[in-house]
Design a binder for this molecule. Structure first.
Ligand code: HEC
Ligand code: HEC
Length: 438
């Protein structure tokens, strides 16, 4: 049932990473049992998602279980997996917030406020200026209302005063934004949309627990970027925060295709970056592999299926009306499939060959990295790159893993030069319009 589906072989490779206990020795019967159980699960997931059903041809996605999706939404938005251990006990972010992070400061580093969590009185108070947006106490009030996207605060009333006792983060911190319908940074949640205003490095650098050298690295990243390997391999090369939408049918996750399903990477980030309680092991990563266990309990494994289902339910957003020229886009499609040679890799309905193959660093126009920055692929599990799926690509400039192309036009120019395509400026313009239409 699974032998003709290459992603299942990739799944087998990554299975060790989702085994909650050390996978070695790999010949132990226990390990193989888990391996088969995981493989079978991966096979079922892949089958319902269309793998083996004609590859990158249009795939009919099996309907997701609505109850599982709803559960996943709660986890995506509000679950810290117990990562207060990292953000409170180690990094002391509760103290930082209480002392210095008023709402204006929070918004200035890209944190977002969920307007739907605000009671009418607070909305009115913000509008008429009686809610003080320059006081950290207001941030604590917002945390108490569960209104700061991706940040979970535990607030206790001590001697009549609200005190932030614990703070942790959720997936929504980086992978949700808001529609700014109330004010800039305040509005309805847009889950799966990368928060490209967020400056995670600048936020982490506020922690008193870090060395000057660490702070310098965190402060070097800038908005919309995060290095999810720095705290593992000590190297510095921040990545653009990607969308968590439009991934249904893509069985190759992260820009380097490290896992065959979303849950692989959710476990990686949940444990090694967020500091959630659980275990992540993958000996393939970088030169030394990664093996991290936080806590003595596992607050992640049981949540991964629902969390994955929620992300699979998030479709890429269609381009806004009037955001591209349809006639030019139509011409650009011909360039994409013809002289631009784009469809040789960005093939099929998902615009990617990721379910079949990855690409060597030498084939990819986004490397070499900027001077002094280590190759991102070299720090990954596969050491290669996945052809990026392109649905909704209009939404998330800058482009490529390292953000080296600021616009879609810059992407096309980069290909034209690096691959010596010889496209005319009219063809470049048309191809750009086509990308905007996806
Ligand atoms: C601090 C910011 C941050 C947090 C928190 C975070 N991520 Fe990410 N996420 C990233 C970055 C950066 C990448 C890019 C990694 C890569 O491609 O190598 C990424 C990659 C991903 C991808 C891969 C997308 C693709 O195209 O294959 C998914 C899916 C994802 N994250 C979901 C999640 C979920 C679910 C959580 C919570 C468990 C989470 N992330 C927490 C920053 C974050
Ligand atoms: C050899 C295979 C290959 C070919 C040919 C190719 N691409 Fe790509 N493309 C990739 C890979 C791999 C990535 C991911 C690179 C990265 O993340 O740095 C990518 C990334 C992109 C992105 C950025 C997506 C994002 O989310 O940031 C765009 C846009 C894109 N390609 C468009 C094109 C266009 C237009 C063409 C034709 C001119 C083309 N590609 C030709 C493999 C290819």
């Amino acid at each position: 049932m699974t032998s003709d589906c290459p992603t299942h072989r990739a799944g087998a490779e990554t299975a060790s990473a989702v085994v909650p206990h050390r996978p070695h020795p790999s010949s132990s019967p226990r390990h193989w049992r888990q391996w088969f159980a995981l493989c079978a699960a991966a096979a079922v997931t892949a089958l319902v998602a269309g793998c083996g059903g004609g590859g990158s041809a249009p795939v009919a996605q099996a309907p997701l279980d609505p109850a599982l999706v709803a559960q996943g939404q709660q986890i995506f938005r509000y679950d810290t997996f117990g990562d207060e251990t990292q953000w409170t006990d180690t990094l002391k972010m509760d103290q930082v917030i209480s002392a210095a992070v008023d709402p204006m400061t929070a918004l200035s580093v890209g944190l977002k406020v969920d307007s739907q969590a605000l009671p009418a009185a607070v909305v009115q108070g913000i509008q008429n200026g009686t809610v003080d947006l320059k006081s950290p106490a207001t941030t604590i009030a917002l945390l108490k209302l569960n209104a700061v996207v991706g940040v979970q605060g535990q607030v206790q009333t001590i001697n009549g005063k609200d005190v932030l006792t614990r703070v942790g983060i959720t997936c929504a911190l980086c992978h949700s934004t808001v529609d700014n319908s109330f004010a800039h940074g305040i509005g309805k949640r847009l889950d799966g949309w990368p928060n490209r205003d967020l400056n995670p490095g600048a936020i982490i650098a506020l922690s008193p627990a870090l060395t000057a050298l660490q702070k310098a690295v965190y402060n070097s990243w800038g908005p919309g970027k995060y290095d999810p390997r720095y705290n593992q391999d000590g190297q510095n090369g921040p990545q653009v925060i990607p969308p968590a939408f439009g991934l249904a049918g893509v069985h190759s996750i992260t820009t380097t295709g490290d896992g065959s399903d979303i849950a692989y990477w959710n476990r990686y980030v949940g444990v090694t970056q967020m500091g959630g309680h659980g275990t992540f092991v993958d000996p393939r990563i970088g030169t030394r592999g990664v093996s991290v266990t936080n806590g003595t309990d596992d607050l992640i494994t049981a949540k991964l299926p629902a969390l994955q289902a929620y992300q699979l339910s998030l479709a890429a957003p269609p381009p806004p009306a009037g955001s591209f020229d349809p006639a030019a886009a139509q011409r650009g499609k011909l360039v994409f499939n013809g002289g631009g040679k784009c469809a040789t890799c960005h093939s099929g309905a998902l615009f990617t060959d990721a379910n079949f193959q990855l690409h060597l660093v030498g084939e990819v126009v986004s490397e070499p990295e900027a001077p002094g920055v280590p190759s991102w692929a070299s720090r990954s599990a596969t050491k290669m790159y996945r052809t990026a799926p392109l649905a909704g690509v209009w939404q998330h400039a800058p482009y490529f893993h390292n953000g080296s192309a600021p616009t879609l036009e810059a992407v096309v120019q980069t290909y034209n030069t690096r691959k010596a395509l010889g496209l005319t400026s009219a063809e470049v313009a048309d191809l750009t319009e086509y990308l905007k239409s996806l």
